[in-house]
Design a protein around this ligand. Structure first.
Ligand code: FE2
Length: 277
C-alpha cells in the first residue's frame, strides 16, 4: 500500500559561509548536499520537504545565499520555519519569493491549506534567545488557523521541542509554555503530528493526543547524555532525516533514515529459500 502523501523532514543544517566549519568541526554544507542528494534519490519522491529550523548558523545574508544555492538542487517542493540560529529579517529577505511565506506577517508562520493534509508552520522563536515560546498573538493565530480546516489531518511544525528530552542542556532551551500549546492542540483534534527540530536527535512522544517527532540533524547530533550535569556536547553519529507517510483514513507512519546509507542492498532469500544456516 502506497502512502497518499509523503513528507520528508530535514532539520538543523547550520549552514555557514566561506567554507567555515560549524563549531570548528562540522562540514555542514557538504552534509546538506549529501542530504539533498539522498532526498532526490528517494522513490517514491516525497510530496513535500519540510525544514524545521536552524537553516543557517548565524542568520547572515551570506549564509542564506549559500543555503539557497544548495536547496535549488532539490527536485521537490519545500517549506521552512526559522530556528533560534536563524534571523527573522534575513530569513524573510532570503525567502521573500516563496509562495508559502506571507509577505507582511509579523511572525514567520504560515499554513498550506490546498494539500490533502493541512500543514501549519509555526514560528516559535524568541529574538536572541535559544529557547522558544508561542506568545499570545501566535497562539491566537494557531487557534484560528487550525479552526479553518477542522476535517483534515493536520501537521504542525515548530522549531523548539515541546517536551522534556532528558538531555539537560537542551531542556533548558525547549519550548516554554507547553501547557498553552497543549490546550490548543487538544481543542483541534485533527492535529495528528507535531514536528520539531532543535534537539538534533530523533525523539518521539505525545502531546494532547498528537504524535510529536523531533528530527535528527543533517550534520551533527546532540550527544545522548542523560546525566544531570551532562555537558553541552555534540557528536558525529550518522546524520538523518524523517519520512512521514500519510495514509488516508489511517494516519501517519514515521520512518527514520540515515543520510547517505541507501546504497547496496542484500537479499534475504536465494533460489533455495531464506538465507539462514
Ligand atoms: Fe540546531
Amino acid at each position: 500500500m502506497r502512502p497518499d502523501f509523503v513528507i520528508a523532514q530535514i532539520s538543523d543544517f547550520h549552514i555557514k559561509a566561506q567554507g567555515k566549519l560549524s563549531y570548528k568541526k562540522v562540514d555542514t554544507l557538504n552534509a546538506l548536499k549529501k542530504c539533498i542528494h539522498t532526498l532526490n534519490q528517494l522513490t517514491p519522491r516525497p510530496n513535500l520537504v519540510v525544514m524545521t529550523g536552524d537553516l543557517t548558523d548565524f542568520g547572515t545574508t551570506e549564509e542564506y545565499a549559500v543555503l539557497k544555492d544548495v536547496i535549488s538542487e532539490l527536485h521537490m517542493p519545500w517549506v521552512a520555519i526559522p530556528g533560534n540560529h536563524d534571523n527573522p529579517e534575513t530569513f524573510r529577505e532570503a525567502f521573500s519569493d516563496e509562495s508559502w511565506l506571507p509577505p507582511k506577517s509579523e511572525f514567520l508562520s504560515w499554513s498550506l491549506s490546498e494539500l490533502p493534509i493541512h500543514i501549519v508552520g509555526l514560528d516559535s522563536t524568541v529574538p536572541f534567545k535559544p529557547w522558544g515560546e508561542i506568545c499570545p498573538k501566535r497562539m491566537a493565530w494557531l487557534d484560528e488557523t487550525l479552526a479553518q480546516q477542522p476535517n483534515k489531518d493536520t501537521v504542525v511544525l515548530l522549531h523548539h521541542h515541546p517536551f522534556q528530552s532528558g538531555i539537560a542542556h537542551m531542556d533548558k532551551q525547549n519550548l516554554r509554555g507547553i501547557e498553552r500549546l497543549s490546550k490548543i492542540i487538544e481543542k483541534h483534534k485533527q492535529t495528528k503530528l507535531i514536528l520539531c527540530g532543535h534537539l538534533h536527535r530523533f525523539v518521539t512522544t505525545q502531546l494532547a493526543g498528537a504524535t510529536v517527532c523531533s528530527a535528527p540533524g543533517t550534520s551533527h547530533q546532540v550527544a545522548p547524555d542523560f546525566r544531570k550535569n551532562a555537558p553541552a556536547h555534540f557528536n558525529l553519529e550518522p546524520a538523518g532525516m524523517l519520512l512521514h507517510h500519510w495514509y488516508k483514513n489511517i494516519g501517519f507512519t514515521t520512518h527514520y533514515l540515515n543520510i547517505g546509507h541507501q546504497g547496496r542492498t542484500y537479499p534475504f532469500y536465494d533460489e533455495n529459500g531464506l538465507l539462514i544456516d
